[in-house]
Write a protein that binds this ligand. Sequence first.
Ligand code: GLP
Length: 241
Amino acid sequence: MEVVIAPADELAVLAAAAIDALLRRKPEAVIGLATGSSPLKVYDELARRHAEEGLSFAQARGFMLDEYVGLPPEHPERYRNVIEREIASRVAWAPDRVQGPDGLAADLPAACAAYEAAIDAAGGVDLQLLGIGTDGHIAFNEPGSSLASRTRIKTLTKQTREDNARFFDGDVEQVPRHCLTQGLGTIMAARHLVLLATGKQKAEAVHQLVEGPISAMWPGTIMQMHPHATVLVDDAAASRL
Ligand code: GLP
């Protein structure tokens, strides 16, 4: 595991540069996309490189980490819409080349299995962007998640719903109770993991991720087993290392 400690703006440039290098080497690369605030500056930098430096996503594929269950198609916080707004539309990425788990499917377990099959059919994820929750979750793999899990339905913890209420007018009751999420096993199958964490509220999760024992109670710790994991943190998030 490689840990880089730098100001947030520099971390975003490092992550974007890794995606840029991958796309120039392999234009049909498969990129794993994360939501939350952590990757937003990376998406800004990718949009800038697209506009100013000709970085092309035309042949690339994108797979999202997770999705809320039950948010209506037009809801601005539906992760499919967040990804469209924050990155896909800004880099002219055709909508059918970016996929997420279908949180509106009538048969959710079947939608999870179909999503795993779609990732496999695309050849697997080349580079997976990740954030981390204050309780150590990655994607929506909450504490106690199987370290070998695949895409499935999960119940969000009270902590995560409270953390994410800021995206729902500060009202925790509006935050869905369930989600579909890639499992830790799915994420570990990606060829390069790039995790970003900034701010003091992430310090404990980063400490456990990098220095703690591997445990389902801190799901991000499974990344210690990955052969190519990059952890990008600012001073505040690194303050307990
Ligand atoms: C959500 C997402 C995660 C993300 C986490 C941290 O729960 N499902 O993928 O890593 O939030 O969010 P933020 O980056 O906003 O701190």
